[in-house]
Design a protein around this ligand. Structure first.
Ligand code: FES
Ligand code: FES
Length: 95
């Protein structure tokens, strides 16, 4: 987790990822692509070297729960850490 990341949402987002594809998932919380896929917005962060996207190579096509609070210890997947955040934390820095 980057200390300068932003909480995009306080719950995960179910996204279907396809086998044989690689994806770059947003870890900074600033992507305008629904906060899921990196769109380069991390370049505006204060720590552009750590707020980089997380590359995942998918072996099985299925729905994955993408971490939208950007605080999971198993990025880019939800590990339940989001329960720590309320609606008021959305759009603010991770804690
Ligand atoms: Fe968030 Fe690239 S836009 S990591
Ligand atoms: Fe981030 Fe669940 S949405 S840990």
């Amino acid at each position: 987790m980057c200390k300068d990341a932003i909480v995009y949402d306080n719950k995960p987002k179910a996204v279907t990822l396809e086998a044989g594809h690689s994806y770059y998932i947003c870890q900074c919380g600033r992507s305008k692509d629904e906060g899921v896929f990196c769109d380069g917005s991390h370049a505006d962060t204060k720590c552009p070297t750590t707020c980089l996207p997380k590359k995942v190579d998918i072996e099985k096509t299925k729905q994955y729960h993408i971490c939208m609070c950007k605080s999971s210890k198993n990025m880019p997947f939800c590990d339940g850490t989001h329960s720590f955040y309320t609606e008021d934390d959305i759009g603010k820095k991770v804690k």
